[in-house]
Design a protein around this ligand. Sequence first.
Ligand code: GDP
Length: 297
Amino acid sequence: MAFEGLAERLQGTIQRIKGKGKVSEADVKEMMREVRFALIEADVNLKVVKEFVKKVSERAVGQDVMESLTPGQQVVKIVKDELTNLMGGEQSKIEFATKQPTVIMMVGLQGAGKTTTSGKLAGMLRKKHNRKPLLVAADVYRPAAVQQLETIGKQLSLPVFSKGTDLSPVEISRQAIEYAKAEHLDTVIIDTAGRLHVDENLMQELKDIRALKEPDEIFLVVDAMTGQDAVNVAQNFNEAIGITGVVLTKLDGDTRGGAALSIRSVTDKPIKFVGMGEKMDALEAFYPERMASRILG
Ligand code: GDP
């Protein structure tokens, strides 16, 4: 299960301070030493850990906490609040265009789960938002990505715009947007090409697709299992093309949690959805508060 180690460590620490009738600065210090250790072990970005510990410590030794009737519980609440803030606070919504169609670009490195997530997202938008999605097979470099998206489209009974692998991703996307307009499909989800590494060509191609019609969302798909690498990838993509949100996949695996806890703080972009499995319905909106509760028990 995801966050298992982190949850176990934090919950132990929290239990110890929760019952205390009095909390001293030394108690807070000791607790924060353990929290820091737990976060580092969970592969959370070091700068993020430092800031988090500082914020919680400052609030926890405040007079109102120390003098309250239940200081232990107050401290626990502060940890939970700050953990929620760290992951973005409020759950963020998806943006739809006022002028049709809405364009959503799915970007990311190969293997992150971009094609799968494109399908999941299309299914979710149809079901929950009553949208009429068009899936666009613009990942022309990864072998079988186009067929994979076609298969997903069949499975979900959703249209897939696909032109094989001869045309450029930019040209495919351009035609797809025209097609969506003609067919009154209101949401174009472009499964862009991934690469093994972040590189100039990839970014240029994404910029060219972005220039066709300003996308309403640019979702970066990253694999939670890759920890700090996922955070670096998010930073790179954000600096190069400007993402609007992150989809964190494979959270059903036993990820330590570093990516989930660091991405917002490092990139200032929210995690919007999480992938919870390979099946087409395994995509969930990301709720920072629920995630914090899950971690803290
Ligand atoms: P792409 O190269 O980024 O398009 O990656 P794919 O969509 O082909 O996904 C790569 C692999 O990850 C596939 O085997 C997917 O089934 C799997 N995958 C994608 N998302 C999830 C997820 O949320 N959980 C799990 N367990 N597997 C996932």
